[in-house]
Design a protein around this ligand. Structure first.
Ligand SMILES: Cc1cc2nc3c(=O)[nH]c(=O)nc-3n(C[C@H](O)[C@H](O)[C@H](O)COP(=O)(O)O)c2cc1C
Length: 359
């Protein structure tokens, strides 16, 4: 029997109805508990044409887990077993903090979307670093992004130092680091997307982030709600600072413009975000002349979605909300679909397709 089909059927007919009967955060906790119990099965090797090399790092495929699903890095083996090419852990904050009050995740089923106002619940960098060190020592080799954010109680004058402290403690454990300045749920955070603030964070990380700060790839995660001029200023600053990449994008505060009406506060993710994410990817790619690698995130729930983000300019993609609605077979399905699209288009690698819609 086809294992993907079996997993799909199991999810659609049994697991999803059960999980969707729970409130969204309880379902999330249960999913993580199940995934953290998954032993590290040896998964089928990815076809070589799906491999991507970025920043000198080899990724066996371009499909990654987006930040927020596994904030404290508890389900490493699970992500590898599901077939992800990499997983972004976090957002991790320097000190432990509880995040906002529940309820703070809501499903919008008819739009295949989520709204969250979590506000960075985190076990804090020491606990998460110790867990990653332990799992790494047991031989788990999945490529890892670490996503950093400041504590809620940190005054504005201490935010850059928070990012530097995270880099100093955890940078060496990452294949790449993501500076998250785009969550809508931490007051004032998005102001750090301005060029002056970007420089402040970047300089603090390089000066006080320890020796690894000079060699680990550093990416900036941006919001989808930026005006175009502001986006272009961010791109110019990223080039000036020689940032290694841009993750586009975080969840959005937009509602009406995306045809979503909901009373819940926070960031909207999933299908309604897809077109906006693709526009951003396109704008970044064309404005920078393809000089900065883009990790495309937002509304990916099929091979065609991933393919379109890549054609718009993304070197790799990530997903979160799609996993909730489509289930664990999604990653395998996207990879098979991408391999098929490559073959049908006569392409030999993902790299050949990156940004092709803009050429
Ligand atoms: C419940 C939830 C929690 C999230 N938490 C974080 C987070 O801690 N840090 C972050 O950078 N992005 C976070 N995100 C945003 C995702 O990483 C991603 O950028 C966004 O959801 C768009 O992708 P998607 O449409 O595939 O979900 C979160 C998203 C969701 C749905």
């Amino acid at each position: 029997m086809n294992p993907v089909w079996t997993l799909d059927t199991l999810y659609r007919w049994m697991l999803r109805p059960y999980l969707f009967g729970l409130d969204a955060e309880s379902a999330h906790r249960l999913t993580l508990a199940m995934l953290s119990a998954v032993p590290p099965f040896s998964t089928p090797k990815d076809p070589p044409e799906l491999s991507v090399k970025l920043w000198g790092v080899d990724f066996s495929n371009p499909v990654g887990l987006a930040a927020g699903m596994d904030k404290d890095a508890v389900a490493f083996s699970g992500w590898q077993t599901l077939g992800f090419g990499f997983a972004e852990m976090g957002t991790i904050t320097p000190l432990p903090q509880p995040g906002n009050e529940a309820p703070r995740i809501w499903r919008i089923r008819e739009r295949r979307a989520l709204i969250n106002s979590l506000g960075f619940p985190s076990e804090g960098m020491d606990a998460v670093a110790r867990r990653i060190e332990r799992i790494r020592n047991s031989g788990n080799a999945i490529r890892l992004g670490l996503n950093f954010g400041p504590n809620k109680e940190t005054p504005v004058t201490g935010v850059a130092a928070d990012y530097a402290a995270l880099m100093a403690r955890m940078g060496a454990l990452a294949d790449f680091v993501v500076i998250n300045v785009s969550s809508p749920n931490t007051p004032g955070l998005r102001n750090w997307q301005s060029p002056e603030k970007m420089r402040e964070i970047f300089n603090a990380m390089r000066e006080h982030g320890g020796e690894t700060a000079h060699r680990v790839p550093l990416l900036l995660k941006i919001a989808p709600d930026l005006a175009r001029d502001d986006l272009f200023r961010i791109c110019d600053t990223a080039l000036e600072l020689k940032l290694d990449g841009i993750v586009a994008c975080n969840s959005t505060i937009a509602r009406d413009a995306l045809g979503v009406s909901s009373p819940h506060p926070g960031g909207l993710s999933g299908q309604p975000l897809k077109i906006r994410a693709r526009e951003l990817i396109h704008d970044i790619y064309t404005h920078t002349g393809g000089k900065i690698p883009i990790v495309g995130v937002g509304g990916v729930a099929s091979a065609e979605d991933a393919w379109s983000h890549i054609r718009a300019g993304a070197s790799m993609v990530e997903l979160y909300t799609g996993l909730i609605y489509e289930g664990p077979a999604l990653v395998t399905r996207i990879k098979a679909g991408l391999a098929d699209l490559l073959q049908r288009g006569g392409f030999r690698s993902i790299g050949e397709v990156v940004g092709i819609d803009n050429k």
